[in-house]
Design a protein around this ligand. Sequence first.
Ligand code: HEC
Ligand code: HEC
Ligand code: HEC
Length: 134
Amino acid sequence: MKLYDRWKVLTGIVIFLIAVTFPIWYGKAKSVPPPDLKLDTPAIQALKEKLCVEPAPTMRASHMRLLISWRESVVRDGNRTYRASDGKVYTISLTGTCLECHSNKTEFCDRCHDYAGAKPNCWSCHIMPEEVRR
Ligand code: HEC
Ligand code: HEC
Ligand code: HEC
C-alpha cells in the first residue's frame, strides 16, 4: 500500500468513528444526564399512593421553602403539625418525616444536590437516624 492510500484509509476510519460515536459524545458535551433519583425506600414502598407531602412539581421547585417554613413553625410557634394542601396531616420533622420516606438520603437528596451544585448545610445538627445508631 502506498503511503498516500494509507492516509486515505486512516482518514476514512477516523471519520467513520466520529460519525458512529457522535450521538454518545454529543449528548455528554451538551449536558450531564439528570440524576437518577431513587424512590424505592421501605417507607415509600409501603405507601398506597406514592405521593410526597405536596405534589412532586411543587416539591421539586420549593422543598427548600417548605423546610424553612417548617423550621419557623417549630422554632417560632412551637407548632409541629403541618396540614398539606390535600388535607393530610404530617408531623413537622426534617429527619423524622422527610427522611423517614426518603431514607436513602445519599441516593435522593444528595444526588440531586450534587447535580444541581446545592449544598444544604443542615446535617451538622440534624442527624440522620442511621448515623446515630452506627
Ligand atoms: C446550628 C444547628 C442547626 C442547623 C445547621 C440547622 N438546624 Fe434546623 N433546627 C435546629 C434546632 C436546634 C431546631 C429545634 C429542634 C426542635 O425543637 O425540635 C431545629 C429545627 C428545625 C426544623 C423543625 C423540627 C425538625 O426536627 O425538623 C426544621 C424543619 C429544620 N430545623 C430545618 C433545617 C434545615 C432545612 C436546615 C438546613 C438548611 C437546618 N435546619 C439547619 C438546629 C439547626
Ligand atoms: C410519605 C412519604 C414522603 C414524605 C414524608 C416526603 N416525601 Fe418527598 N416524595 C415522596 C414520593 C413518593 C415522591 C415521588 C412523588 C411523585 O413522583 O409524584 C417524592 C418526591 C419528592 C421530591 C421530588 C423529586 C423529583 O422527582 O424531582 C422532592 C424534592 C422531595 N420529595 C422532597 C421531600 C422533602 C424535602 C420532604 C420533607 C419536607 C419530603 N419529600 C417528604 C415521598 C415522601
Ligand atoms: C430534584 C432535585 C432535588 C431533590 C431530590 C432534593 N433537592 Fe434539595 N435542593 C435542590 C436544589 C436545586 C436546591 C437549591 C435551590 C436554590 O438554591 O434555590 C436545593 C436546596 C435545598 C435546601 C436549601 C439549602 C439552603 O442552604 O438554602 C434544602 C434544605 C434542601 N434542598 C433539602 C433537601 C432534602 C432534605 C431533600 C431530600 C429529602 C432534598 N432537598 C431533595 C434540589 C433537590
